[in-house]
Design a protein around this ligand. Structure first.
Ligand code: FCB
Length: 449
């Protein structure tokens, strides 16, 4: 970095992963099947026909991966707990072998001085619960609270940050609305009950965790600045509606404001008392940011009440996502301006980019685009902090190249390259860049400035 932005003392620099994307070992130690095992087995669902059956083999290589985090100087690591390892059928007593894996992981992290940040649900629902309707079934919210209690009991003394759900907006829209992710439902806006039951589960799980841990409890969502994809009044109205749907539906009720009237939602599934449960106080809000979204009024009637159009005029990642670092500052400042005193401290719980990185003949994996991307986005976080937003940490997505859902192994997001045939890890140039950034920020002079 040319001039270093300065971050508050105690700011947490970390990296993030998710269980199904890295662990593999899907039939080991009593793990039950998840919706992603089922989905990947269906022809045509995953771009390269792959699955998370082996992934990064992190289940066996977790100590090596914790050492990579230690080498970065990371202060925190965000991972997710696989619900089907803890409750193979989604209900009942905990599977001791499943808990033991996270016990080992957490102790290994703490041994390196790294704060464990655990997400309870990063999309791998036990298939047995899906067989009863998954998140469309209200009972799943109660099962989630039971599972949260089991994990809280086992790890509540050592996990330093809890995240109930990862990106309910993406899980709902892609998993239940558009059929691009597990469980593959195509309900369009009829997917809302899946959203509501996740949020209900979040509220119930938050209460369950409080009894088991003194550590902060948060929820993570995906946020996107919404831009007009056309110049008409109808396009402008569509921006408001899409912003309400994507950004506010999963945040307003958590912060006690109920569902936004501007979002096209059929609220008949909401029962008396649900909004109070969902509004259980949280200690932090997790923000995942990748890119803005442009929308316009739909050209053809009958489908969704919005149409997503490409954001043009910016460089693009290997995933063809536009690179707009200022979008991150804008949305952090926007969250503060929108929610004011109701907004808890923020963590950027995911931010990163995919490029087709390769290990060269010299054994090095050079990823200058990722360095530029991360540098610009870290500066955007610094700008939001300078504007008075309370941001407490930043987690790069991801520590490792991994199984990128419907894209299989075709999108590499890691600071560390993974050879999926051998499992070999090769830190990329961006890994060294991030290590140096963290070291610079942790130096006494930086912390004091
Ligand atoms: C987010 C997901 C994460 C990863 C990144 C690229 O939406 O939470 O698992 O797939 O996108």
């Amino acid at each position: 970095m040319s001039t270093e932005p300065s971050f508050p003392a105690g700011f947490r620099w970390g990296a993030a992963t998710a269980a199904y994307q890295i662990e593999g070992a899907v039939t080991e130690d009593g793990r039950g099947a998840s919706v992603w095992d089922t989905f990947c087995a269906q022809p045509g669902r995953i771009r390269d026909g792959s699955s998370g059956a082996v992934a990064c083999d992190h289940y066996h290589r977790y100590a090596e991966d914790a050492a990579l985090l230690a080498g970065l100087g990371a202060g925190a690591y965000r991972f997710s707990v696989a619900w089907p390892r803890i409750q193979p059928t989604g209900r009942g007593a905990a599977n001791p072998a499943g808990l033991a894996f996270y016990d080992r992981l957490v102790d290994t992290l703490l041994g390196h001085g790294i704060d464990p940040a655990a997400t309870l649900f990063h999309w791998d629902l036990p298939q047995a619960l899906q067989d009863r309707g998954g998140w469309l079934d209200r009972d799943t919210a109660y099962r989630f609270a039971e599972y949260a209690d089991l994990v809280g009991r086992a790890l509540g003394d050592r996990v330093r940050l809890w995240i109930t759900l990862n990106e309910p907006v993406v899980h709902t829209m892609l998993g239940y609305g558009l059929g691009q992710h597990a469980p593959g439902e195509t309900l369009l806006l009829g997917c809302f009950p899946a959203a509501h039951h996740q949020l209900l589960g979040h509220g119930l799980a938050t209460a369950a965790l409080r009894a088991r841990t003194a550590s902060p409890v948060a929820i993570t969502n995906n946020y996107t600045p919404v831009w007009p994809g056309g110049g008409s009044a109808a396009d402008a109205a569509t921006v408001v509606a899409y912003d309400a749907l994507h950004n506010r539906t999963f945040t307003d009720p958590v912060l006690g404001l109920g569902y936004p009237a501007e979002a096209p939602l059929d609220l008949s599934v909401v029962r008396d008392g649900d909004l109070e449960t969902i509004a259980a106080p949280i200690d932090a809000l997790g923000v995942n940011y990748y890119n803005p979204t442009a929308v316009r009024a739909p050209v053809a009637p009958g489908g969704l009440p919005f149409e997503i159009v490409p954001v043009t005029g910016y460089p693009r990642t290997g995933f063809d996502w536009p690179v707009v670092p200022d979008g991150l500052r804008d949305l952090l400042v926007g969250l503060r301006d929108r929610y004011r005193d109701a907004l808890p401290p923020l963590y950027v719980t995911e931010n990163g980019c995919a490029y087709p990185d390769e290990v060269g003949p010299d054994g090095r994996c050079d990823d200058p685009e990722r360095v530029a991307y991360l540098d610009a986005h870290v500066r955007a976080v610094g700008a939001a902090i300078a504007a008075g937003v309370d941001v407490r940490g930043y987690f790069v997505w991801s520590l490792l190249d991994n199984f990128e859902w419907a894209e299989g192994y075709t999108q590499r997001f890691g600071l560390v390259h993974v050879d999926f045939a051998t499992g070999t890890r090769t830190p990329k140039t961006s890994y060294g860049w991030y290590r140096d950034l963290i070291a610079g920020q942790s130096a006494p002079s930086a912390a004091a400035s």
